[in-house]
Design a protein around this ligand. Structure first.
Ligand code: AGP
Length: 610
């Protein structure tokens, strides 16, 4: 969704802003803009569409300067127009904003009464006028005006502000939306996401809720919610430039699918090296917390929710603990029952999904005290708000359709399951060794599944012409069917649904005819015979079956039944291996249909709005 970048330097900052905005493109946006201060004049360029168009316009106008802010906008308040794009300006005060101001209507009326004229329909313009109002009514400088203005706002914001009258400072504020400061030599930066400034510096400070900060060329001062100076810890970001670049691949999604053996190996590295599943994986205090809990509640959205849905099967059968999984946006608005002895596990690739964050806050407000976050982005909002943390080590995921983040979430959840199983006396030493061995073999099995790409690409050609598809799975593989259908929907725009195969006869079977491809995830497990019967139900109605079986499954292709064999059954970790083919099916079908694989229409990478 929206992205922020800002810089104050001894050089022209326009290339820094443009490169930063390009690196934020993956989050999803519909317009972009920059405002740059050169002497006492603010030059602003905004465009609908790609950052490249805005960059060309900035070049043509010769915009340059040593202080500037930039933004990619995802429309919420007001349509996709140049007038609604950021930065917004109020008489020399320029600002970019991520988040949503809830009391913007009330503030707009008030500011109109004070003579301000609005040029956009955004909630953001209110903040620009409010800061200007404070500047002209007693605030000593733009920092003081920003600090006064944010006290009058309700809602969520990350803000970066420059003032034409103060060319020596860039001021910022954070509440409810991520914002970090990048520390350079004689130059400093601000961004909503570390990827936007990683080309300039790795040294970062993550601002906390309620913080404001002032950046000059030579230093950064952070202030807490009470406006008193505070020290915030410096971190060295581990995001690599290579993970943000395409390399030899056509799309980030393709790159990220192929990175999975490495991403999984990195995520399980600590367990493999230690030769045991230790609670300390989840934090110093994890052993005490995890031994004392009596159940698990998982909260997540989208693909992360499907990771949680898979984990439910593991946690109940291996760790012997009750586990329920809930879509975060549903949970946060219902009168839920809270058992404080249950551990709340949030799963989020980005760590900033608003619904998941709000669900976590709601769970705490209901009395949950033990929380664990499984996340791929260091120091993002959700892990910071959690008692225990497990970072997946997938590396930056740029494609909107989540791939390596999902399989690494599954690996982390499996590790959590075995740790819980040990602590609750359900996994003995022999079983632990066995799980360790299964985990050790996982990256290799995933690589083996990746080698099926040519066969899957051939199937995908046939899917590309279809209007609908059904995905079936049972047990542990039902969430993988859901994930397969979601991947296909997201990037090909083919309508796809997933069902537990046993549910077919209770309704969805009515959809099946010759035009309906039915993808079946049919590993060689205890449910295979049941799945085979469900496949017969489809065949009998003329439906065409595309079956992902295991190498050691005992069945073969026939008229209307196409079979691709993944490696031999890998036991409880089979859902991870069976995810690879459905990802590749969606990817190749999207290629055949010519859709925008990495930036599918209407979707954003980080969903920071409701
Ligand atoms: C996955 O392909 C999606 N883009 C989406 O469902 C995503 O998983 C969901 O928005 C949750 O995101 P998170 O993991 O960053 O919280």
């Amino acid at each position: 969704m929206c992205g922020i970048v800002g810089a104050i330097a001894g050089r022209d900052v326009v290339p820094v802003l443009v490169e930063g905005l390009k690196r934020l493109e993956y989050r999803g946006y519909d317009s972009s803009g920059i405002a740059v201060l050169n002497g006492v004049e603010v030059r602003r360029v905004r465009r609908i569409g790609r950052v490249a168009e805005m960059e060309a316009a900035a070049l043509e106008k010769g915009v340059a300067g040593q202080l500037g802010i930039g933004h990619t906008r995802w429309a919420t308040h007001g349509g996709v127009t140049e007038a609604n794009a950021h930065p917004h300006i109020s008489q020399g005060v320029s600002l970019v904003h991520n988040g949503i101001i809830e009391n913007h209507e009330e503030q707009r009326e008030r500011l109109r009464g004070l003579g301000y004229v609005f040029e956009s329909q955004t909630d953001t313009e209110v903040i620009a006028h409010l800061i200007h109002h404070h500047l002209s009514h007693g605030s000593a400088d733009v920092l003081a005006a920003l600090q006064a203005a944010v006290k009058e706002l309700t809602g969520a914001y990350a803000l970066a502000v420059i003032s034409a009258a103060e060319p020596e400072r860039l001021v910022v504020a954070r509440m409810g939306c991520p914002l970090l400061v990048g520390l350079g030599e004689g130059e400093n930066f601000v961004a909503s996401d570390v990827s936007a400034i990683i080309q300039a510096t790795r040294r970062v400070i993550f601002l906390e809720e309620g913080d404001t900060a002032e950046l000059t060329r030579d230093g950064v001062q952070v202030f807490g919610e009470d406006n008193a100076p505070v020290q915030r810890e410096q971190h060295l970001s581990d995001v690599s430039l290579a993970s943000l670049e395409l390399g030899p691949y056509r799309h980030f999604m393709q790159k990220e699918i192929h990175e999975q053996p490495r991403a999984l190996a990195d995520t399980i590295d600590a367990v493999i090296n230690a030769g045991s599943f230790d609670a300390s994986l989840f934090g110093a205090n994890a052993e005490a917390v995890l031994s004392g809990i009596t159940g698990i509640k998982i909260l997540a959205c989208g693909t992360s929710y499907y990771a949680g849905s898979t984990a439910k099967y593991w946690i109940e059968s291996i760790a012997g603990l009750p586990c329920d999984v809930e879509i975060a946006s549903e949970y946060r608005y219902r009168q839920a029952f809270a058992d404080p002895r249950h551990l709340v596990v949030t799963i989020s690739q980005s760590g900033e999904t608003l619904d998941t964050m709000e669900a976590l806050k709601y769970a705490k407000s209901l009395g949950h005290t033990h929380t664990l976050s499984i996340c791929n982005v260091q120091e993002s909002a959700i892990p910071r708000a959690s008692e225990l943390v497990c970072y997946t080590r997938a590396g930056a995921e740029i494609g909107v359709a989540s791939t390596k983040a999902f399989t690494t979430q599954l690996a982390a959840l499996f590790q959590l399951t075995v740790v819980l199983g040990k602590l609750h006396g359900k996994v003995n030493a022999e079983q632990e060794v066995d799980y360790l061995e299964q985990l050790r073999q996982l990256p290799g099995s995933v690589q083996h599944a990746l080698n099926l790409e040519p066969q899957i690409a051939a199937w995908a050609e046939r899917f590309a012409t279809k209007a609908n598809a059904l995905f079936l799975g049972r047990g542990l593989h039902y969430p993988i069917a859901l994930e397969g259908a979601l991947k296909l929907k997201e990037i090909t725009y083919i309508h796809a649904e997933a069902y537990p195969a046993g549910e077919l006869k209770h309704g969805p079977l009515a959809l099946v005819d010759e035009a309906m491809p039915v993808v079946v995830i049919a590993p060689n497990d205890s449910l295979l015979e049941k799945v085979k019967s469900n496949m017969q139900e489809v065949r009998a109605r003329g439906g065409e079956l595309f079956v992902f079986a295991d190498q050691d499954s005992n069945f073969s292709a026939s008229e209307g039944v196409h079979v691709i064999r993944t490696p031999r059954n890998v036991g409880v970790l089979s859902p991870i291996v069976h995810t690879i083919p459905v990802q590749m099916l969606a990817y190749h079908a999207a290629l055949a249909r010519g859709t925008d694989v990495d930036k599918p229409r209407n979707l954003a990478k980080s969903v920071t709005v409701e």
